[in-house]
Design a protein around this ligand. Sequence first.
Ligand code: PPS
Length: 571
Amino acid sequence: MNAVSPPKPHGGRIVDLRVDAERAALLKQLAMDLPDVVLNERHMCDLELLATGAFSPLTGFMVQADHAAVCDRMRLSDGTLWPIPICLDVSEDRARRLEAGQSVALRDPEGFLLGVMHLADIWPAAVEDEARAVYGTLDRSHPGVDFLLQRAGNFYLGGPVEVISLPIHYDFKQIRRTPAEIRALHQRLGWQRVVGFTTRNPVHRPQYELTLAAMRQARANLLLLPFVGVARPEDIDHYTRVRCYQEILRHYPPDTAMLNLLPLAVRLAGPRNALLHAIIAKNFGCTHFIVGRDHGSPGLDMEGRPFYDCRETRALAADMAQELDIGILSFDEMCYLPYEDEYRFADQVPAETQTLRLTGSQIRQRLRSGRRIPEWASFPEVVAELQRAWPPPRRQGFTVFLTGLSGAGKSTIAKVLYSRFLEIGDRPVTLLDGDIVRHHLSSELTFSKEHRDVNVRRIGFVASEITKNRGIAICAPIAPYRSTRREIRRSIEAYGGFIEVHVSTPLAVCEQRDRKGMYAKARAGLIKGFTGVDDPYEAPEKPELRIDTEELTPDEAAQQVLVYLGQRGFL
Ligand code: PPS
């Protein structure tokens, strides 16, 4: 068995899993004979936070007893408060070829050696139990639940880690400091009281006012800790956000605020998340921590109800403050009083007083639709940065996604649109017709559910790249499954417009047309699993447009799309 003797447990308060040059040389030598575990982006975020001590007191990926205790009672098995599992998930196939007691080489996706892990435990993940315990729901629209249930590996590896090299970053290197570096900096600057603020969104005026209020209340300086790890597709990219934070920093009184990036993969576990962030802030030397109104929440569930009760989040953080040895500052929402031209906490506004508020998502929507963002809602420099990344629709890319049965008229409408967009000539245009894609991108795929999903995801990926680069993608696959289309919509809407057009021509009409003779073959049993005949088509519930080509010419159908695009400001 390949085993390297693990290091002695860490004695200090802030963990540092990075080994010295001598140990690194030895581990590199030994790693050549160790089995590899290739880390994904999430694992690398966790590894970095483990390595630098942002996750102190953790000294590796969780073992089974710690994982169980964290899920059950938000504590490690030794009783230390810890709210969220930090686990290394792998496929069953990978897990079956490893055994406890062995050491493994942790590599990045390019094969670069990051560290060595000494396996203490390998166990199957009970993902549903974990989702219920950590996220309090099995609702798939929760990104954390969706990740656990759909995408995470179904086995966990646990054990201490020795880190040879941190994951490499080429961006914003000067503001990617470790907890020890930040603590040292605080000491050098004489910052004895520091309030931490974590965020995955740009800081607009209400958040700015909130942090100022916290700084006043705690008589502290500010450490702004934005997340720049794995985010949700719809979140604003971290390059843009960091430029916004740099602008915001200039608005604080001189030398009172500091920015440091946190490579945390978002989990959005509500109350538990607030605790995790407080622990991280504490590790970065904060004496106080701000729990925002809807801290660590993904918003609304499938039924339109909030996933988490913000009062519960605040109460939990307040209960644990003493044990965490950090002052928790939890505030109500801030709103703007136009007459007074100032911000106040919602619970301090006299009744009948007119207030205004624009949430982060409302600001995002305004950006996307090219509407003005008032100065009371966000600083002009921040808005300018956001507008550079999110220009008005006229300068955004977009995807027209035509879905419907075979023979519904998708390809014909797509061809008309292709010509019309080229005629307009303001953006590069790409046609991703079902047949073209199957020929060039997906020739090895069948029409099984699994393969159709792969096919449609490939189309979605190409379309999102085109949209990101401000071009026009016209897609015309059958794309029979709602959840896959929803997934694609999210990845494209992160960059520009997504216009789902349900070409809803009835089956009887498609079958009567039967241009390729496929329906006849399917009815005769010569083709199995033909959409609409013996394979399902899940019609879109809320497409941007529904077009039945039974009584429309292709030009008229395309015209409807063009008019819609004009109304939305894309043309
Ligand atoms: S999917 O479901 O989105 O992956 O399908 P797509 O890539 O658009 O391919 C659909 C075209 O392939 C032909 N074809 C079939 N369609 C449906 N079911 C089965 N089993 C099948 N086998 C072949 C069919 O002619 C479709 O062409 P269009 O252009 O849509 O008429």
